[in-house]
Design a protein around this ligand. Structure first.
Ligand code: AMP
Length: 620
């Protein structure tokens, strides 16, 4: 009775349908837009990001306003891409499933036009279309728009970006003058303003979120690397996020293909999506991504338009978009439906200015993030594995028969030994891969070569002026927070908190800065200090032989059995690498990703150039 959608004015049939979809409460945009649109008497401009529930915001009022007894097109929804077109049509079919006689047709390019014409002939009230195919059908005089009361222009900025302005003009000229136009756009460049002015009469304007602002659920980060380290940086970001499910944006089809091919070769579960693929190929790629049989979708801006996949954890801008406005669309692929997401830019020092421009547009600040060290990655992967082991579902009946033999094998080992060996199995592999991994972070004044290789440099040994950066063999795995570490250092080192600068808490170790004058006394006071029966080591970060710790771990076992990750997760094993990936038997010397050593510093350089016009429009 008190269903919040009902309170907004939505009828029972539609409320029941959205309840079936799991919509319990309207999203903010729905709450604001539905009552206004239900009046049906105004033009409307809504500034809203994708993923905010925009489709239902216009779809539900549209359904309420349509006369489903009349078998003629009464609503036309135009959108930029086939993917979005199919998505909207499917959503509206779902919302109207309890209404008898309701008919929705999707009209888009790359599919059989005869089928679409047949559906139109059979009678339809809501047409969802991409502009190119719509115009084609209008040209064939196969549709009568004389009863159209509502036109929705969804993702108007995208349609203009794709060059559909003239098509839209032509299509709209075939609809009655007294129709109402509802325009939705994530950004409001002057061209969209112009449409609003030309086609609309005193529209009601709603801004969902801040104007031109990215989704509040999205955090924005940038990593600064030398141009030649971009690909290695991408891999490191992915490795540091074992559960990543990401869209990686490249500027050109060629880059997209190159990056995808390199990732695939390196054992990642990735594929490319760009305009040179046939529709069938694109559908296949998208299906794999949707089903989470693929972890990294490498895409161009155009190809990724309208991608509506929930739970994308990261958007990675492998290259920044030429048009800054496109950044909003890219980042909008994550943080959908109330989820949080991270949008990452991998840039070189010359591109910081562009980041500042984007900040102005999205009204949010970027965090400058440091690429994790190889050791950080190893640690993260290790604990991800441990976590998975802890949560794995054991198939008791299947494993039972092997238990006696396993117990036999492990009979002489303590529980601790077994755990150590088991963990080393993965950890050694990661260490092997990352043992000499260079620091990939570039500084703003980096002119290319920094020459800092190896672990010390990798750990970022530069300290703030007047401070010395120190290493300590305690970190978050010892349940330390930054505050805990500060108290520990101050209490034992007999220094004041004011003497301590930046604290960089890692896993099994951390770094902290101490004023130069306080360093000697800190070292003296720390002699013989233990934590949990373990000697505490503090060393100057620039010269500490931390490798002793690593050496021990590394020596725990040599080989890593098994090949690189499997590319195609056809059987639902979507992560082919890292902790949880499957190992393909018999392929010794492989292992975690690229163990050939060839591509640690690899750049996506080669790769085939695909033909194609590069024509951005008329994909519909
Ligand atoms: P959209 O912005 O229309 O692409 O919607 C993004 C996602 O949010 C889609 O998966 C919708 O099914 C979902 N969604 C939309 N409205 C609601 C709601 N009120 N409650 C829960 N999920 C919703």
């Amino acid at each position: 009775m008190n269903n919040p959608f009902k309170l907004l004015g939505i009828s029972d049939d539609v409320v029941n349908a959205v309840t079936d979809l799991g919509f319990e409460n309207p999203t903010p945009i729905q709450e604001q837009a539905i009552p206004v649109l239900l009046e049906g008497s105004n033009d409307f401009v809504g500034l809203a990001q994708t993923g905010t529930g925009k489709t239902a915001a216009f779809g539900l009022p549209l359904i309420e306003l349509i006369d489903f007894k009349l078998n003629k097109p009464q609503a036309l929804i135009l959108c930029p891409t086939r993917e979005l077109c199919l998505q909207i049509a499917s959503d509206i079919k779902n919302y109207s499933k309890n209404i008898s006689g309701a008919s929705v047709v999707a009209v888009y390019g790359g599919a059989n036009i005869m089928q679409q014409l047949r559906e139109i002939r059979n009678g339809v009230q809501i047409v969802v279309a991409t502009p190119g195919r719509m115009l084609d059908i209008i040209g064939r005089k196969a549709i009568d728009f004389s009863s159209v009361k509502y036109v929705v222009l969804d993702e108007a900025d995208e349609m203009l970006n794709m060059g559909f302005q003239e098509d839209i003009n032509e299509i709209l000229s075939t609809t009655p003058d007294d129709k109402k136009t509802w325009l939705f756009s994530a950004t409001m460049p002057p061209e969209v303003r112009r449409i609003a002015k030309n086609y609309m009469d005193n529209p009601t304007e709603l801004t969902m979120g801040t104007k031109n602002t990215g989704n509040v659920n999205i955090e924005h980060e940038y990593y600064m690397v030398r141009a030649r380290d971009k690909y290695a940086a991408l891999k490191r970001i992915v490795d540091f996020n074992p559960e990543i499910f990401a869209v990686v944006f490249c500027k050109t089809k060629l880059d997209t293909q190159d990056v995808a091919e390199h990732l695939i070769k390196d054992g990642y579960n990735a594929d490319a999506l760009h305009g040179d693929l046939s529709q069938q190929q694109r559908d296949k790629v998208m299906q794999r991504f949707r089903d989470r049989n693929m972890q990294l979708l490498i895409a161009t801006d155009v190809a990724a338009r309208g991608i509506d996949v929930n739970n994308v954890t990261h958007v990675i801008n492998y290259s920044l978009p030429d048009e800054i406005e496109s950044y909003t669309h890219r980042s909008g692929r994550t943080g959908r439906a109330g989820k949080t997401g991270i949008s990452i830019c991998i840039i070189n020092s010359k591109e910081v200015g562009k980041i500042r421009q984007i900040e102005r547009i999205i009204g949010k600040q970027f965090t400058k993030a440091e690429l994790p060290t190889g050791f950080d990655v190893c640690e993260k992967q290790l604990f991800s594995l441990i976590h998975k082991v802890n949560n794995v579902e054991v198939n008791e009946s299947q494993i039972e028969q092997y238990i006696p033999r396993i117990m036999d094998e492990f009979g002489d080992l303590s529980k601790e030994d077994i755990i150590k060996r088991f963990a080393s199995l993965e950890f050694n592999r990661f260490l092997e891969y990352y043992k000499n991994a260079p620091d990939l972070n570039a500084s703003a004044d980096d002119r290319g070569e920094r020459g800092v290789r190896g672990e010390r440099g990798e750990r970022g040994s530069r300290s703030s002026e007047g401070y010395t950066r120190l290493f300590i063999n305690l970190g978050s795995v010892d349940d330390f927070t930054r505050g805990d570490l500060l108290s520990f250092v101050c209490n034992n080192g007999k220094i004041s908190g004011k003497n301590v600068g930046k604290i960089d808490l890692k896993g099994v170790y951390s770094f902290f800065e101490v004023e130069n004058e306080a360093v000697d006394s800190l070292f003296n006071n720390f002699k013989g200090i233990e934590f949990n029966n373990r000697g505490v080591r503090i060393e100057k970060s620039g010269d500490a032989p931390v490798s002793s710790e690593r050496g021990e771990r590394r020596s725990g076992g040599g080989g890593y059995g098994g090949g690189g990750g499997r590319r195609d997760g056809g059987s639902g094993e979507r992560r082919s690498y890292g902790g949880g990936g499957r190992r393909e038997g018999g392929n010794s010397g492989g292992g975690f990703r690229d163990f050939s050593g060839r591509s640690r510093d690899d750049k996506a350089g080669s790769g085939r150039r695909e033909g194609g016009s590069g024509d951005r429009r008329r994909r519909s």
